[in-house]
Design a protein around this ligand. Structure first.
Ligand code: KG4
Ligand code: ZN
Length: 351
């Protein structure tokens, strides 16, 4: 740990999906990270229902802000700035956070920073491992995104190198877990189940990895073919009246996802001469992905930084961390009429 204990006091709000997060940081020091999740309300639908998430954000916002301030031992009036996820994400869900942040900024007369959710996933690593190495290669893998980003300046210079062309990595975990009758969210269930399975039992396809694919999609991902391959494999066993070896399917599927992610991340980093990879997003909690990345990166001489699981999933601390960096680097605050931008590109780090 080498975090600074000085720096701006920033409150960050995150509502892009199903987590209402309110974080408070001072510089790169985490003071509070309050999260209320509506994940249980979406369980029976097997995925996040936008209207349900928006309503849950509305209900959770004020109590979560209060809880964060109590934990940090600060009054709202003490903060130097308010940061909020402006996008990308679910439109209605984002709107609740953006409206709340504007109300706070206006009533407290503090600057507002409307920031990019993906860049915040990268910035959060500062709270655990100190100042980000720049340049670095960030791999963000969650239910909503799977991207490889080249980060030269986390407040202005985030360049997409590759992304998924269909399902996100977390979405593939959730869909395959559903096929296997494991619960939602599927990632943690597959991770647990795979522990007792054989990861080389079934040779599932590695998306966008043939020589021809690599010509056009060297750093892009595709997981929908893998999901279909798993579905077909299970159907064939069921048609033959055989038992489905759930743990082996989970382990072999997980191996296929991790293999492609790690290979492409290392290829992207080394092709740019970058020697640090930051992993983020909910799927970064996956035990096989973490182990495989660390092992292969060490062999390639690449340093890996992975925040603890609570900082990898959506939270307010990541937004506060990026907001604090905006203040520390003297970036101009956002106007009070910024939109909630559901498809905000990653190159647009600050409104
Ligand atoms: O970042 P996150 O909390 O929310 C967004 O989607 O933005 O990520 C949630 C995703 C879900 O798809 C969940 O299944 C996946 O992260 N996930 C995991 C694990 N823990 C969460 N996937 C694989 N292994 C895990 N241990
Ligand atoms: Zn996220």
């Amino acid at each position: 740990m080498n975090e600074r204990t000085d720096g701006p006091l920033v409150l960050g709000i995150e509502t892009s999906c199903d987590e209402t997060g309110v974080g408070i940081v001072r510089g790169t020091t985490l003071l509070a990270d309050a999260v209320a999740s509506s994940v249980a309300e979406h369980e029976r639908f097997g995925g996040v229902v936008p209207e349900v998430a928006s309503r849950a954000h509305l209900e959770a916002m004020v109590p979560t802000i209060r809880r964060a301030c109590e934990t940090a031992g600060i009054a709202l009036g003490d903060v130097d700035a308010i940061a909020v996820t402006a996008g990308p994400g679910l439109a209605g869900a984002l709107l609740v956070g953006v409206a709340s942040a504007k109300a706070l900024a206006l009533s407290l007369d503090k600057p507002l920073y409307g920031v990019n959710h993906l860049a915040a996933h990268v910035a959060v690593d500062q709270l655990q491992h100190g100042p980000l190495p720049e340049p670095c290669l960030a791999m963000l893998v969650s239910g909503g995104h799977s991207s490889l980003l080249k980060v030269t300046d986390i407040t202005t210079g985030v360049d997409p190198m590759g992304a998924t062309i269909d399902d996100a990595a977390g979405e593939a975990f959730d869909k395959v877990a559903r096929l296997l009758g494991l619960g939602f969210p599927g990632g943690p269930a597959i991770d647990r189940t795979a522990l007792s399975g054989n990861s080389v039992a079934i040779d599932f396809p590695r998306g966008l990895s043939t020589r021809k694919d690599l010509e056009r999609h060297r750093f892009d991902f595709s997981f929908s073919g893998l999901k279909t391959a798993v579905a077909r494999w299970i159907e064939a066993r069921e048609r033959a009246g055989e038992l489905v070896p759930v743990a082996d399917v989970a382990a072999s599927f997980q191996e296929a996802v991790a293999d492609v992610l790690v290979r492409k991340a290392l290829d992207a980093a080394t092709s740019e001469g970058i020697d640090s990879i930051v992993l983020g997003g909910g799927v970064a909690a996956n035990s096989r992905l973490r182990a495989m990345l660390e092992e292969r990166a060490a062999r390639a001489g690449v340093h890996v930084r992975v925040p603890r699981p609570g900082l990898c999933t959506d939270n307010g601390a990541m937004v506060a961390a990026l907001g604090a960096e905006m203040v520390a680097r003297g970036r101009r605050p956002s106007a009070l009429d910024i939109p909630a931008d559901s498809s905000q590109p990653v190159t647009h780090v600050l409104w």
